[in-house]
Design a protein around this ligand. Structure first.
Ligand code: FRU
Length: 508
């Protein structure tokens, strides 16, 4: 027996030696390998594609324990074009796995933005068996003369898609008519589509019993922000904070380079805005948040939104390679009433906390009159703090501080205004980018205090103020040494307290 063992061992070792002499796969030289996700400016806890261009999130749907993220994607180049639906999945909305392109440009028709539903009752008839209801993608087919709404379906759990032979399902024979967002309206047991009439600055609402035939119901708009073409509508129901039995309806619309929201009711045919007419409310007041839509069928029924972190005015010029475009942190959405206004409350999903490394804390309140250098630094972190500033104080936080640069977040206690400013960060790559450097929005202090929750991820800054009452998203392209953090004030006393800092791990 022992002899036999020795024999096998000997053959094993010599075979091993022989293998070592003639390697089957000669090692690829390091310099020849493309190493993704370590490039300058590459976000480490936001979704970005391995390579090439992306824009709007599309077809957000939760299925079998996974969140599917489809998105506008050019599979060939790092600039807009050949629009297709890229595809990624995640179990927690934070760690993503990229899958093959789901829908490609066909017959010179690009696949523009749209949505995805699971047709559980097989109203479309695309399903082949009862226990395998189809998924149906509703998207805009775009060519140089027209835009119309098309269907593609999957009967293998979103792995592959087939175009419906009866396309288009909704065609006004017009050049601009896009971004269908479809959901099931249980009360009337039928499908509802919100779709943009960009030039009219309206959202049209259609209904259907089959996803194949659509009837016009109503138009919403033009209203509030009509400064640019309206795109990417979404209508969804949200919880009301502190009122467990109450729900409201929200409409998202994107226009040109920013977004707005309306809050009110939807009765199956019409959307009614209950916020002051023509007052503009934005889900994000930063320069880089667009085309956000929601997961409507999350396990706890709280909608989660994702937006594209970029701005059409300079999107093609940002200095990132070999990819362009990122998705925002996924945000849980609710509303609350403040005075006579419904305000959107947004919080990054809790799963994000799993990327935190050990917390660093400043235990004592810090009084600042001019400048205080914070003992933490980096370009990949999360930070929370409270700041007390009484009028006429202007105070705040600087991040990405280097010899020549910084990004500032400041609160003007007199104007009750929060401002972000990236004017002192590198900007030479685009002539348009500097025009969007400074953004402000109204923020009410509570007992003269405001709360800031800041995420900095290499080239993305996302700031949630006062528990998500106000959000700003901005791209910045700092030098690698721009890692400092400081608190500042204009000579008046500001007090910083409850300062928490976490270095963030990467999501892969
Ligand atoms: C919004 C948008 C959509 C369109 C898509 C094309 O960013 O213009 O209206 O479907 O991008 O990529």
């Amino acid at each position: 027996m022992q002899k036999l063992l020795f024999c096998f061992l000997f053959i094993g070792i010599t075979a091993g030696l022989a293998q070592q002499k003639i390697p089957a796969n000669p090692p690829v030289k390091k310099s020849m390998q493309q190493v993704y996700y370590n490039e300058p400016f590459r976000p480490q806890f936001h979704f970005t594609p391995q390579k090439f261009w992306i824009n709007d999130p599309n077809g957000l749907i939760y299925h079998n324990g996974e969140y599917h993220l489809f998105y506008q994607h050019n599979p060939f180049e790092n600039k807009w074009g050949h629009m297709s639906w890229g595809h990624a999945v995640s179990k927690d909305l934070i760690r993503w796995k990229e899958l093959p392109v789901a829908l490609r440009e066909e017959n010179d028709k690009m696949v523009f933005s749209g949505s995805m539903v699971q047709d559980t009752k097989n109203t479309s008839g695309f399903g082949k068996s009862k226990d395998q209801p189809p998924h149906v993608a509703i998207f805009t087919a775009h060519d140089s003369v027209s835009q119309s709404q098309h269907l593609a379906y999957s009967i293998d759990n979103l792995k592959s898609f087939q175009r419906y032979s009866g396309n288009p399902v909704l065609d006004l024979h017009t050049k601009d008519f896009r971004d269908p967002n479809v959901f099931w309206f249980e009360k009337d047991k039928r499908w509802i589509m919100a779709v943009a009439m960009p030039n009219e600055k309206m959202v049209s609402i259609y209904s259907s019993y089959s996803l194949k035939q659509w009837s016009f119901e109503s138009d919403f708009g033009p209203q509030a922000d009509t400064s640019g073409v309206w795109e990417c509508p979404d209508i969804f129901q949200v919880p009301v904070v502190g009122e467990p039995d109450q729900k409201k309806w929200v409409m998202f619309v994107s226009q040109n380079s920013s977004m707005q929201y309306f809050v009110g009711e939807f009765n199956g045919t019409h959307f009614f805005n209950e916020n002051p007419y023509n007052k503009i409310f934005r889900p994000d007041y930063g320069p880089d948040y667009y085309a956000a839509v929601t997961y409507k069928n999350t396990p706890d029924k709280i909608p989660v939104s994702i937006g594209w972190v970029n701005n059409w005015n300079y999107a093609n010029e940002i200095p990132t390679n070999p990819w362009k475009g990122a998705m925002s942190l996924p945000r849980e959405i609710a509303v609350k009433k403040m005075g006579n206004e419904w305000i959107l409350l947004q919080q990054p999903v809790k799963a994000l906390r799993s990327l935190r490394s050990t917390a660093e804390v400043l235990k004592q309140p810090i009084t600042v009159q001019t400048n205080y250098k914070v003992p933490f630094s980096g370009q990949q972190f999360e930070m929370e703090l409270e700041m007390k500033a009484s009028a006429p104080c202007i105070a705040g936080v600087k991040i990405a501080v280097g010899k020549k640069h910084y990004f500032s977040i400041s609160y003007d206690a007199t104007l009750e205004q929060l401002t972000i400013d990236r004017a002192n960060t590198p900007s030479g790559f685009s002539s348009q980018y500097p025009y969007f450097a400074k953004k402000s929005a109204y923020l009410k202090a509570k007992n003269e205090k405001i709360k800031l929750h800041i995420f900095f991820d290499k080239s993305i800054v996302e700031i949630f103020a006062n528990d998500g009452e106000l959000v700003f998203t901005s791209q910045i392209f700092p030098e690698s040494g721009d890692t400092g953090i400081s608190f500042f004030s204009d000579g008046n006393t500001a007090i910083f307290d409850n300062v928490w800092f976490w270095r963030m791990n990467r999501n892969r």
